[in-house]
Design a protein around this ligand. Structure first.
Ligand code: SAH
Ligand code: SF4
Length: 411
């Protein structure tokens, strides 16, 4: 990413009443402007501000957009449809950035986790989960989170700041680089799906998440269909209609409990927007229907939310609000210092059966990337605690392990 300046942002309290305002990001004096994360119109304006006449700015903006998002160009030199002298002119004023990679780790199950760094020195994480028929990128929206859900490792961090639209799109760009998936292909991509389920609450960074996802969905660029993108929220009720109208991606809701007492404890935002209010907002979510159901995420916590009665109450609530729903049962992923335990396998299966027998799909999600702390709720930037030498050692070790797996006959 280019040199950015982030205006200081108030850190809200335990959970904040309104969406956090977007950080003001401006180029430092004289530093090149990073074009990643700008809309087509914003690129055109940036080019015009730099001195191009209106016609040129429009034409070049269109070409540059295609180069950045379709071809994956990271330098103006690679943009062969722009005359050489003009490429140099662009390079003096603009950059096409990527987040800095601090550490890349690969799980024994193929899940990859990247520890990334913003230009102002904050760490955040993204995860890629390959499957036989798809590959899902789990994207972060904030550094930290204001929402302190009791079972979530990210929730133990304070909110450092919102990620910018460029830093959010930048994660997708970096994953594409790493998977060698340029130029954009309409079919057969390894990176086929995106979930806004990394660090942070996406609806508390609404504008940047919306702007980033609009870029990701643009047909002349990354071109991911909104049906392949899922936004997960812990239940920021006032922003849900706007999410449906202005972004229009699939919705996942972190329900996790069916009584006020338990949800108040494990998802503290419930004290502000209760279960009934949340389910009403789900029923009103634009675009939800039987073909595009809302996913309800339910983390299985031993003796907290996993009884037969809980399962039956879940069914009753989903029926009461006539929700086109599927339930995702997530075995709790432990992290250092947590007070919770994962429900036993039999318990999870029984819970799933009760919901399933009521006609609602309730698959049990297979945990991925636990060995590298990349599974749901295990993300927390811990890089500050590790020295550079330590990070290099981990990288080298991982590399050796990978080579050993790739060439079992050697060494
Ligand atoms: N803030 C958003 C999105 C990020 S969390 C949200 O809460 O929905 C992505 C999902 O992982 C959420 O459903 C979250 O509740 C779940 N999760 C968090 N911690 C977890 C843990 N330790 N084990 C399993 N799932 C967890
Ligand atoms: Fe934040 Fe989601 Fe974790 Fe809750 S579960 S603390 S909302 S990231």
């Amino acid at each position: 990413m280019g040199a950015l300046m982030t205006a200081s942002m108030p850190i809200p309290g335990h959970f904040d009443p309104v969406p956090v305002p977007r950080p003001q990001v401006a180029a430092l004096d004289g530093a090149p402007v990073d074009l990643v994360g700008l809309s087509k119109d914003e690129i055109r304006t940036a080019l015009a501000d730099a001195g191009l006449d209106e016609r040129q700015a429009k034409l070049r903006a269109k070409q540059i957009w295609h180069q950045i998002y379709h071809r994956g160009a990271t330098s103006f030199d690679a943009m062969s449809d722009i005359a050489k002298p003009q490429r140099a002119w662009f390079a003096e004023r603009f950059v096409v950035g990527r987040p800095d990679v601090v550490l890349e780790q690969v799980s024994t199950d193929g899940t990859r986790k990247w520890l990334l760094k913003t230009p102002d020195g904050h760490d955040f994480e993204m995860v890629f989960i390959p499957d036989a028929d798809r590959g899902t990128l789990c994207v972060s929206s904030q550094i930290g989170c204001t929402l302190n859900c009791a079972f979530c490792f990210t929730g133990t961090m304070r909110l450092v700041r919102n990620l910018t639209a460029g830093e959010i799109v930048g994660q997708v760009m970096l994953a594409r680089d790493s998977l060698g998936e340029w130029p954009s292909q309409p079919e057969g991509r390894m990176l086929s799906n995106i979930v806004m389920m990394g660090m942070g609450e996406p609806l508390y960074n609404f504008d940047n998440v919306r702007d980033a996802l609009r870029i990701v969905m643009d047909g002349d660029g990354l071109g991911l269909s909104r049906r392949r993108i899922t936004l997960s929220t812990s239940g920021v009720v006032p922003m849900m209609v706007r999410a449906g109208e202005e972004i229009g991606v699939n919705l996942a809701v972190s329900l996790h409990a069916v009584t006020k007492e338990v949800r108040d404890e494990i998802v503290p935002l419930n004290r502000k927007y209760g279960i009934e209010e949340l389910l009403e907002a789900c029923a009103a979510y634009p675009g939800a229907n039987n073909a595009r159901r809302i996913t309800f995420e339910y983390v299985m916590l031993k003796d907290r939310n996993d009884s037969d009665d809980d399962a039956r109450e879940l069914v009753r609530l989903l029926r009461k609000y006539k929700l086109p729903a599927k339930v995702n049962l997530i075995p709790f992923n432990p992290w250092p210092g947590t007070a919770y335990e994962c429900s036993d396998e039999d318990r999870v299966r029984r819970f799933s059966d009760i919901v399933f027998e009521a006609g609602i799909s309730a698959p049990i999600r297979r945990p991925r990337g636990r060995d590298i702390m990349a599974a749901c709720g295990q993300l927390k930037s811990a890089a500050e605690k590790k020295s550079r030498a330590e990070l290099d050692r981990i990288s080298a070790e991982k590399q050796r392990e990978l080579e050993a797996v790739a060439e079992p006959g050697l060494g």
